[in-house]
Design a protein around this ligand. Sequence first.
Ligand code: AGP
Length: 601
Amino acid sequence: MCGIVGYAGKGEAALKVFSGLEQLEYRGYDSAGIAVSDGHKINIVKKCGRVRLLKARLNQLTGGVGIGHTRWATHGKPSDVNAHPHASGAVVVVHNGILENYSELKNSLSAAGARFVSETDSEVIAASINAAYSRGNCNFCAEPNLCDPSAPHALLRALHTSAQTFKGSYALMVMCEGFEGFAVARFKSPVIVGAGDDGFYCASDEPALAGSCSSVYALQDGEYALITPSGIRLYDCDLSPVERKFSPNRARSAAFDLCGNDRYMIKEICESPAAVKNTVSAFASAEGDIDGIRRADRFIFLGCGTAYHAALMGKIYLERFARATTEAEYAGEFRYKDPVLTPRSAVIAVTQSGETADTVEAAKLAKTLGARVIAVTNSPRSEITRVADAVVPVEAGTEICVAATKSYSGQLVALYMLAKRLAGESFSEICALPDALGKVIKSADICALADMCARASGVYFLGRNADYALALEGSLKMREVTYIAGGGYPAGELKHGTLALIDENTVSVFIITDGELASKSATAAEQVLSRGGKVAIVTCCKGIAAAFAGRAETVEIPDLGKYLTPVLAATVLQKLAYRTAVILGRDPDKPRHLAKSVTVE
Ligand code: AGP
């Protein structure tokens, strides 16, 4: 959450940083700001709201070195004053992360004379670095003359000195007046550096540098960088210079091209067949010892949000195919429950971004308890891949819309193939999926149902087994992009309480892709109808569609068997959420209060 970008080179830093921020906006869009050095002074523009609001003021920023930020608010409401960059004395900072001990540091800095104008933890970081910089405080420099604050490295040393006092997570870029460059630090929040044709860049993730840097290096926890118009210098945790290998930037600027679509959400739903196809092809190149977990006596699937719903499906696949003992848990719950794991446990961590704090920390915990960890991720160089023993790739490509769509389809097929492989079974049937998916995306007519949902006071999603996992995801998607209240429930649970919510203003969407359980879910749908609730059915079962004709909105999908049909149904639910959001005038790409990569707790 929060995106940061920095540039030092021959170009106009304001333009470079602005365009990087636009590409990072999915990490947060509460406010945005840019600081640029004109060689003497650092000028700052910042504003509550979207990055584009800065455009009219970019002419106030001239110079070749700058840093910028797009915010997902943690400490302090979205406002101009809480927007980054934050300045303290000569020092200007952008921060992604959370400074957990900010209150304690703020008190001691205030006692020493620092003044604060915002409610943010990040301003405390600026004040701390400014204090260290003003002192010329250098615990790590053997040569006293280098302790001159005007020497370039003084900024880096001040950052390093301050960082020793920080608790929490941070990706930081720091400028100071009189120095044409900026210093970078990272701990638990991602940051990459890259060289372009016209200068040197730094950003929260690869898509921000798509088109400007063909190769990048992701800083590791505790590493530092100093970026000037002459280059990038990297340092280890003791500020000793280090050399690192840069790798090709996999992000493509084409991901930002809407290609004639109104929104990224619909564009990315339409890219699901390619995501599935590419994930199937990439499975053979999975890195690490996947088969090593065959010996596990217990499998725990972890994830957050949509990735958790994919994890639930992974559990169903593995249980059915390998008859293994499996569980699925929210990563954020798992990490705080003192889990019982042994070296014979296997954890399968599912995460699109590979940076979700709860999932990464849960995976680290599992490792320290001796379990083997497999990551299923769409981000091959992300933090989760450094933690995991093996990585199963999802090849959905860059996903810009905050709501996960094509990455979910990719996760489902990656988990399907993983389960089949662990069960010693082939999975050639999956080859039929991309075409079928393409047809469903084109033909599924959800317009009447979306109209019905847009008028509803609540939309509920119901199903059994795999269809229940889908119901949870369908409901999350609907809530996330439309803000309509609702939930996902097991169809059999309806009569145990949820039925009380039903009235003529509610819509209950039943997902029925498992022929063996169809009549059970149909009974629950009848119970809703008989209480005056509106019903919709997404099904591959012809008999069910016929039985509810004229009484419920039905969306029919092809039958690819009970384990792959859910992938088809998922795209119908995604389209439904998208269409409903559009009817209601919401922005499905950037739902209120949300951000794509949740790198804080
Ligand atoms: C889904 O639409 C969400 N935006 C969200 O639930 C997301 O899936 C979750 O934050 C997990 O992200 P990850 O896959 O990057 O770990």
